[in-house]
Ligand binder design. Structure first.
Ligand SMILES: Nc1nc2c(ncn2[C@@H]2O[C@H](COP(=O)(O)OP(=O)(O)OP(=O)(O)O)[C@@H](O)[C@H]2O)c(=O)[nH]1
Ligand SMILES: [Mg+2]
Ligand SMILES: [Zn+2]
Length: 352
């Protein structure tokens, strides 16, 4: 039989186990989420699950809902064939994004991920600025990023080398290039996977995330679909799902993202633009925005060519977005909380 530790329940979660233990319950990991319904995986089985009434009442914000990869306290019933989720463990790491559109809210993509594979295709999808956004997302949730360039069969070695040079100029993350058609580079990818660790595949629709998983499994277990003439994917994968491979490596496939808004706390931006953090320390003003202030070390580095103009503008753009959303988000959470309290008080008053 499997142990919970095989599914990633490590010392970090053990340390919380006491607080999250509940009479008649066990611990399990969310292996799939499809709208309001969940699948749970424990040492012996995978079963459908629902939130307890109390838990759904307590949750005030969508990011607090369980997501794939979360650890939960669950109660089994109907001969252990179904479960009720009572509590959600704190997240050791997470991947989240701003939801599409104007409103300021976050959507959880996956929790408790060791490594995020940020997948771009060499062909139509390659875009260093989008890559920056994914890198910020990973840094924000304390997830190690690895960049994967797929479809190397569609470009020449020279074109590939150029792209690799661009990527290594924006990140220190490990970069892998591969083709699912020729198989070149695939073994190097497979060797990055270890038992008991959890990986998440991120990237636009049509870049080959599911094709990679099928290749690892060795069969066409999951649907993939050809991209259009302009390289647009067709949003084939529709749910987030955790797959356990033969040696116990865990992989989460995700639906391709249409729009990748930012992402969260200023933290992620600071971390994936490290060189800016270092330079900022020597700007004349401690809260320098690196735009117009005199004595700005960042501007100076751009002017003397130490930093590229392109990387500078990407940094400024993401920093502004991140600060803007962070502020509006905190504001919104405050209002939501106040509203939640208002509803609860109103309910109590009505009962009297
Ligand atoms: N030429 C080439 N085609 C590939 C490669 N990898 C995947 N494809 C093709 O790209 C298309 C899209 O692949 P999928 O695996 O469905 O892409 P996905 O990233 O899972 O897309 P979504 O599920 O929509 O997010 C399929 O037709 C694959 O056969 C590759 O390395 N080279
Ligand atoms: Mg897919
Ligand atoms: Zn400055």
């Amino acid at each position: 039989m499997m142990k919970l530790s095989d599914l990633g329940f490590d010392q970090w979660f053990e340390a919380h186990a006491g607080d999250y233990h509940q009479e008649g319950c066990g611990f399990a990991r969310i292996s799939a989420v499809d709208r309001g319904s969940y699948l749970l995986k424990n040492e012996s089985r995978e079963v459908p699950a629902e939130l307890s009434g109390k838990l759904s009442y307590q949750i005030e914000n969508s990011i607090d809902l369980p997501c794939v990869g979360d650890w939960v306290t669950a109660q089994y019933y109907n001969n252990d064939s179904e479960a009720i989720i009572h509590r959600v463990f704190p997240r050791k790491t997470f991947l989240r994004r701003k939801t599409a559109g104007e409103n300021v809210d976050y959507q959880m993509i996956a929790a408790n991920i060791d490594t995020a594979f940020i997948v771009q295709s060499c062909h139509f999808d390659f875009n260093p600025h989008r890559l920056d956004r994914y890198l910020v997302m990973a840094a924000d949730g304390h997830v190690e990023p690895i960049v994967i360039l797929t479809k190397t069969d569609l470009i020449t070695q020279d074109e590939l080398d150029q792209k690799l040079t661009i990527i290594t100029s924006v990140t220190k993350a490990k970069v892998l290039a591969l083709s699912n058609i020729t198989g070149i580079g695939f073994n190097e990818f497979r060797q990055t996977l270890s038992p008991g660790r959890t990986y998440c595949l991120l990237g636009s629709s049509g870049v080959g995330k599911t094709t990679l998983i099928n290749r690892l499994i060795g069969q066409e277990a999951f649907d993939t679909k050809a991209v259009s003439g302009t390289g647009e994917g067709t949003h084939t994968t529709s749910r987030r799902q955790l797959i356990v491979l033969g040696q116990g490596e865990m992989l989460i496939d995700t639906p391709g993202m249409r729009e990748l808004g930012i992402i969260g706390a200023g933290d992620g931006v600071t971390m994936s633009f490290e060189e800016f953090a270092v330079l900022s320390g020597t700007c004349r003003y401690p809260n320098c925005s690196h735009e117009h202030e005199p004595g700005c070390a960042v501007r100076a580095a751009v002017e003397n060519g130490e930093l590229s103009e392109d990387r500078y503008s990407s940094y400024i753009k993401l920093k502004k977005e991140s600060e803007h959303y962070e502020m509006s988000y905190l504001d919104k959470r405050k209002k939501d909380k106040a509203f939640g309290r208002f509803i609860k008080t109103a309910k109590k008053t009505m009962k009297k």
